[in-house]
Ligand binder design. Structure first.
Ligand code: PMP
Length: 396
């Protein structure tokens, strides 16, 4: 009989020369179990998705009961579906009053596409400003805003009228002008290796956008849903965007994304002169039910409040001669080794010890620590001990 692994390599289009290749049987809490029953501690949350752990019982129940009622009915926005409405109400109740409307899509890339189109439509301008080393997704618009030439070059020509500024550089912000429709920025750059800008930079960016009439879009796809110690990073950083985009942790493991803005800005997507953004599956009722359960789990427990103290535990315990620096905020951390080959060896050594780690798309000299927020202090102590052992082994 052909093994599942061989069938995977034969029939499933591959995205990497070296996939992790874990043959998964089931997942629960912070663990993923392989077919032999071995548990792997998921220290990356499937890249910042499983923030409340895998298969949270509240999410599983919500999915099951919504799937029994109805699934897809009609393209987005035509029918009144309780899971969408309740989610939009409960989410926006937790936000500043200017951010009162939610437009549901299916992924982070799509959320960014929608937000960029919304800004172009609202301002009547075309120029889009992004930042060096930014990651916003795989679709052409999101790719155009990506701040890494290597990734983009194979796909040119991309969107015209885009410009990339150095991140965290206040002086370059004078390139934002009254021609600029929007500035798209990750409040903390994820794939660049958890780069935290200064508060001064974000305030200057906010002021420049207000002054020029450009809309400020925060991509919170990776930073959202508690990862940085507040529901959204902008709430911790104290700078309110005009639009922000979400996905990943939003659905507790189900695919969903959204862009969020004011009623006034969203209004222009209705028909001006044609519909602004169409999606068949956006706001899928089962995904919205999962998202609602996820939000309630986050709000009703103290996971988000505990993020800061868990960050400190990682920082205090991950001390090793190979570690040059730990960047990031909350449970979005980059452990910098300054050596890509070493990072690969550590990831392998940790995997052999039952811990799943990863590097960053634009920073292969650091490994990522972004565990489910539900990880306990005891689990952090045990995982740090294992990482230190792996570092010792690699250090020879
Ligand atoms: N924005 C950011 C900041 C991301 O980290 C990602 C995914 N890594 C995306 C957008 C794209 O999300 P998706 O893969 O769901 O399209």
């Amino acid at each position: 009989m052909i093994s599942l692994r061989n069938l995977f390599l034969q029939h499933v289009a591959q995205t990497s020369e070296t996939p992790i290749g874990l043959e998964v049987e089931r997942a629960e809490g912070i663990y993923i179990f392989d077919h032999s029953g071995r548990g792997y501690l998921d220290l990356i949350s499937g890249v910042s998705v499983s923030s409340i752990g895998h298969c949270n019982p509240m999410v599983v129940d919500a999915v099951r009961s919504q799937a029994e009622k109805y699934m897809h009915l009609m393209v987005y926005g035509e029918y009144i579906q309780a899971p969408q409405v309740e989610y939009a109400k409960e989410l926006t109740n937790l936000l500043p009053s200017s951010l009162s409307q939610v437009y549901f899509v299916n992924s982070g890339s799509e959320a960014n596409e929608g937000a960029l189109k919304l800004a172009k439509r609202f301002t009547g301008r075309t120029e889009l400003v992004g930042f060096v080393n930014a990651y916003h997704g795989s679709t052409h618009g999101a790719l155009s805003m990506m701040g890494d030439e290597g990734f983009k070059n194979a796909f040119r020509p991309l969107l015209p009228d885009t410009r990339h500024l150095p991140f965290n550089d206040i002086e370059s912000l004078n390139q934002i002008t009254s021609r600029t429709a929007a500035v798209l920025v990750e409040p903390i750059q994820g794939e660049a290796g958890a780069i935290v800008p200064t508060h001064k930079f974000l305030v200057a960016l906010r002021n420049k956008c207000t002054e020029t009439g450009a809309l400020l879009i925060f991509d919170e796809v990776q930073t959202g849903f508690g990862r940085t110690g507040s529901l959204f990073a902008f709430q911790k950083l104290g700078v309110v965007p005009d639009i922000f985009t979400i996905a990943k942790g939003m659905g507790g493991g189900m695919p969903i994304g959204a862009f969020v803005s004011s009623k006034e800005i969203m209004e222009c997507l209705k028909s001006n002169p044609i519909l602004g953004h169409i999606t068949t599956f956006g706001g899928h009722p089962v995904s919205c039910a999962a998202a609602l359960a996820t939000l309630r789990v986050l709000v009703e427990n103290s996971y988000i409040e505990e993020v800061d103290s868990k960050e400190i535990l990682f920082r205090e315990q991950l001390i090793h001669p190979l570690i040059k620096e730990i960047r990031g905020i909350g449970l979005l951390l980059a452990v910098e080794l300054g050596d890509a080959a070493m990072v690969q060896k550590v990831i392998r050594a940790c995997f052999d010890r039952g811990i799943i780690l990863d590097w960053f798309l634009f920073c292969d000299t650091a490994f990522r620590i972004a565990p489910p927020l539900i990880i306990t202090k005891e689990q952090i102590a045990s995982v740090c001990k294992t990482i230190l052992e792996a570092l010792d082994e690699v250090n020879g």
